[in-house]
Design a protein around this ligand. Sequence first.
Ligand code: NAD
Length: 307
Amino acid sequence: MANFSCNSPVNCDVEFDVKNIENKTAIVTGGANGLGEAYVRALVAAGATVVIADLDVDAGNKLEKELIHVKFIKCDTTSWDDQVHLFAAAASFSPTGRISFVVANAGIHRRDEVFAYSGDDKAPQKPDLTTIDVNLIGTLYTSKLASHYFIKQNGQKHSGSQEDTCLILIGSGAAFLDCPRAPQYCSTKWAMRGIMHSLRRTAFYYGSRVNVISPWYVKTNILSEEAFAHITSVGVHFAESSEAGQCLLRILSDKNINGRSFFISGKKWSTSGYLDLDIDDYQENSLVDSIQRDQVKSAPVELGLFT
Ligand SMILES: NC(=O)c1ccc[n+]([C@@H]2O[C@H](COP(=O)([O-])OP(=O)(O)OC[C@H]3O[C@@H](n4cnc5c(N)ncnc54)[C@H](O)[C@@H]3O)[C@@H](O)[C@H]2O)c1
């Protein structure tokens, strides 16, 4: 991995080699169910050791029993202490002591009280912001700990001997599309791209990279059966969790993939079920490109990791 540069879209319709993933250790938050479980299964199939962090003890233990090289750690990602324990336990469980890949997947979707109207005769009610706690604050804790371990393992000076590491942030269609009546969930998912944009230019100092996976609708526990039935009834085609697993492997397999947003599109929009959205650079827009160049003038990448 070298200094950041805007690349052309990653080809997601190619065979790829998972050699870069074999014998590496990964953490998947929210890995006991749904899409997280699919990331775990894909990583194990590619020969990785995986630590699952989740609130769901029954499902986590079940996966640990079923799969090889997997450890379940009970963890509430909104708790800093839980996550500190998680990363320490993952490093101990790792056959090499290293943590190479971190998938910050734990996330929730609730009725959005930021939007809800209290009524003409009522004072506005303070909204429940739990979604921010899990989707954003929990992910920032995961991101900090991932960077900490990656820097500890690889140092702060870019060199050919650094071993590839990668942080994966989980967005959504709500990370780039208009989703009416869900400002809180959308703010947390756009935030995943914010974190990625902030880290992608300097990650190479510690031999690392950062990418976003944004799933389209996938039938999991995140929404009720009625909600998914409604989405089906209006003619929406779903994506599959296994496509998300393959997308993760595609990203991790190639050390040059950095700073990009992928969409788990399902087969409607791509043959493989996932694609590179190509929405994070402004090569066709000279105005934004010029503003971006001014933005980094006061905070040049050359100043290193910490200024
Ligand atoms: N399923 C979809 O249609 C869809 C679409 C776009 C984005 N996503 C995103 O994918 C991610 C996974 O969602 P999913 O659909 O698999 O949901 P899910 O509800 O099926 O699974 C989420 C998992 O996260 C765990 N979890 C929740 N809060 C946690 C916490 N505080 N600490 C630790 N674990 C916690 C749950 O126990 C569960 O195992 C989320 O970030 C979600 O926003 C899902």
